[in-house]
Write a protein that binds this ligand. Sequence first.
Ligand SMILES: Cc1cc2nc3c(=O)[nH]c(=O)nc-3n(C[C@H](O)[C@H](O)[C@H](O)COP(=O)(O)OP(=O)(O)OC[C@H]3O[C@@H](n4cnc5c(N)ncnc54)[C@H](O)[C@@H]3O)c2cc1C
Length: 485
Amino acid sequence: MPARTGQQYINGLKEQDREIWLGGERVRDVTTHKGLSGGVRAVAHLYDMQHDPALRDTMTFPSPSSGAAVGRSFDNPKTRDALETRSKMMLNWARATCGMMGRSPDFMNVTFAAWGAAADFFGEARPEFGDNMRNYVEYIRENDLTLTHSLINLQRSRNLSGMFNLTEGTALEVVRETDAGIVVKGARILATLGPLSDEIAVYSPRLARHSDDHSPFAVNFAIPCGTKGLRFLCRDSFDLGRSHFDHPLGSRFEEMDCVVFFDDVLVPWERVFLLYDVNRLNATPHVTHSTAHSAHQGAAKNLAKCEFVLGLALLMTQTLGTAHLPHTEERIGELMLYTELMRSCMRAAEADAAIDQWGVMCPAILPVESTRNLMMTAYPRMIEILQLLGSSSFLIQPSEADFAGPLAPAIEQYLATDNTAAKDRVRLFRLAWDTAGSAFGSRQVLYERFFASDPLTRARAMAAIYPKDDMTERVREFLGRDDDT
Ligand SMILES: Cc1cc2nc3c(=O)[nH]c(=O)nc-3n(C[C@H](O)[C@H](O)[C@H](O)COP(=O)(O)OP(=O)(O)OC[C@H]3O[C@@H](n4cnc5c(N)ncnc54)[C@H](O)[C@@H]3O)c2cc1C
């Protein structure tokens, strides 16, 4: 099947029975559930964009195996032009969701595309794992499947070393092998998009300093979400079942986050890509460059999200008549700075891209890591700026129903501003509230703080790859000068 339509995506979700729990009840059909169906429709729209005649050439590319038009995020670009086209594709998806669905399917697609190109790495010690990876990437690309992933082991306690304690009895581990595959048990977080996905990928970035080179916790596999023994436990839905007027983001872009329980889940051998091999697990993101590709997808999301918040701030201040005030300009200027830094990082990553050892045009790592790390502090600050600009207007929020009720004339009269009718003001500020105040908006802040790991880990990741000698050498050279220059 070439690039799917939205309806084909929805049909796929309906066809696969899976164990999703939300609010104490098992969800029988995520596509019609009131807390999940809005997100399903949003992802379906992304798939429909692949068939929009005006976008098709950007959103898809000819499959290297079948020649059919398949999703562009599965591409392994060979040229800078092809990388930039993939970047446009990701930006199109990110802008369609105002940057509010960080786990749109391209996030995992670019990761697996990179792993497919680097399949020999997975097959170095066990050749069958290389074949498994190649076959799996072809399978998800040709069927345009949607993946969630859960990388993080739950912790009972945070020990002083800062390292995850694998003996606590909560971590996902391989408990035995059978002729059919490996059996895994444990729990993982935080499968965003879990109920809206066809498959779940499980690997781990958190064994980084684990000392053994052979560990039952070191594993990389992917299985259908409907696999026996797999259970998804959802948080509360932030789609409150309200209209798009009342709840413009939550009613559309609820991507859901889940704890995933693995109760003796059988992973067929053909779906195992790495087993027990701690060193290979730790090396995977950097040797395969999947981290650069996923950060590039994140950069597109960051840019779309910054553009959206900036646009919102501009409209808010125009509506309130505060745009000309110096402190407004200062705050808007800060939003512009973040937006342009995100754009610049993305462009720099593309301009400095280079062919890697797998033959893939790989975005430069430092700019994409910079946008990823910057967003962890920039986004909470951007939301703070929205709150400072909006003040009580966030809470002057009659609902859509109020505009049809007995207070409508008063609302129309008193809530208008000098340049904006009451209903347009309220529509705008309900959007602002959903961005900067509601449960949906608060979760977005938490997402940006943590989705790519905790701040300490991210800072260490940057320090590990940064070419520090270049900098110290410059200072040494200055210290060694004995002339007047
Ligand atoms: C909205 C959202 C969506 C997410 N989506 C996904 C997803 O799709 N897939 C996925 O795999 N993961 C996802 N994540 C999970 C994310 O990767 C983790 O939240 C992140 O790695 C942090 O881990 P943690 O939540 O266990 O926090 P913790 O490790 O508990 O960290 C919390 C804070 O405590 C500090 N801390 C922890 N231990 C110590 C210590 N020993 N000493 C000093 N300080 C310490 C940390 O630095 C941090 O500031 C998501 C997270 C969020 C919030």
